[in-house]
Design a protein around this ligand. Structure first.
Ligand code: TF8
Length: 337
């Protein structure tokens, strides 16, 4: 008994002494890391930021303090990207679609109907193709750490149910600030209006735009059901988010600090994808309950949409994206087999 007690005491003590020693033997300085994002704290994005904050604290013995800034309070995606490049902000998560002004190649992920499911997307984003694109951010002053899931995008509007493409005619539809999205939705007959996400709710509320497109999780967490009556499940694009760090800031960190960030980011990716997928399963019922009228586009209609976006695809290829698109399709086919 006595022996058992002293063994327990000794192992307990050893653990208590070793834990802080392990953290302090590493080169970690106390730091405050500002992490900005566009959605609300209660969204899938917000929950994953909270997870990342906790992981960073745990892995650094409380030294790397991340503070999350929700609701674009540090700026829109594009403003935050620039703040990271300038070194005025340390980290963010946002859409890859708004990165095209910095690394044009990211536009390849905006092309419609590429991925059939989340598993194909995970393999491509975490594999060599996704990593190659992320690495291109380095020379632009950004570090691309991991991809999170935003999700398959669907249409909402306040005018009428969209059952066929023609129903989009004349609808003022907010899109992300990205040429592929503008071409795609103009091609479907809508009037595409590029706007930052942070301006979107008010734009719908005041009738500046009639509709928008985003994953169901976002339609729920941003309360779009308050200003949008019709939801059309179209899954026209699979949208990733990317967790970014300021390169100027990141280069000043120790190897130990960078390792902690990389590991916490990888853990946050796994958490976020599972959480988003679980949450999206509840969203349709939730949105119906909030009064949205929901329909799914038929396969025949989706087939017609694929035909209609061919000019946008061809334009992307003709403007220097052909090899990149082939490479991406090759990667997707590898997973499909
Ligand atoms: C969009 C995106 C948003 C992101 C987010 C604010 O529609 O889907 O999810 O930009 O980081 O803008």
């Amino acid at each position: 008994m006595k022996l058992l007690r002293s063994v327990l005491l000794a192992t307990g003590l050893a653990a208590a002494i070793l834990a802080p020693v392990a953290a302090s033997a590493q080169d970690i300085k106390p730091r405050l890391i500002r992490f900005g994002y566009g959605l609300s704290e209660s969204s899938n994005q917000g929950r994953a930021v909270k997870f990342f904050v906790e992981e960073m604290s745990k892995r650094s013995g409380g030294k790397l303090k991340v503070k999350g800034f929700a609701d674009a309070s540090l700026g829109s995606d594009i403003q935050m990207q620039n703040a990271l490049i300038g070194g005025a902000q340390e980290m963010m998560v946002g859409s890859t679609a708004t990165l095209v002004g910095i690394v044009k190649d990211f536009a390849v992920f905006d092309l419609p109907f590429l991925f059939n499911n989340e598993q194909e997307a995970d393999a491509v984003f975490d594999g060599p193709f996704g990593q190659k694109l992320a690495a291109k951010l380095n020379e632009k002053g950004l570090v691309g750490l991991v991809y999170w899931e935003n999700g398959f995008r669907n249409l909402t509007n306040s005018k009428r149910p969209v059952e066929k493409v023609e129903d989009l005619k004349g609808i003022k539809l907010r899109v992300m600030q990205n040429p592929v999205y503008i071409d795609m939705f103009n091609g479907f007959g809508a009037n595409a209006v590029p706007l930052s996400f942070s301006e979107l709710f008010t734009a719908m509320e005041t009738g500046t735009v009639d509709g928008q497109e985003n994953p169901v999780t976002t339609i729920q967490s941003s309360k779009f059901y308050e200003v949008q009556k019709y939801l059309t499940i179209s899954k026209h694009v699979y949208s990733p988010w990317i967790v970014l760090a300021s390169k100027r800031w990141y280069d000043g960190l120790s190897a130990d600090e960078r390792k902690i960030i990389a590991e916490a980011a990888a853990a946050s990716r796994d958490f976020e994808r599972k959480d988003s997928r679980d949450a999206s399963k509840q969203s349709i019922a939730y949105l119906k309950d909030k009064g949205m009228q929901i329909n799914e586009l038929s396969d025949a209609e989706l087939g017609r949409m694929r035909e209609m976006v061919k000019p946008a695809m061809d334009k992307f290829a003709a403007e220097g994206g052909a090899d990149l698109l082939n490479e991406l399709q090759g990667e997707i086919n590898k997973v499909r087999k």
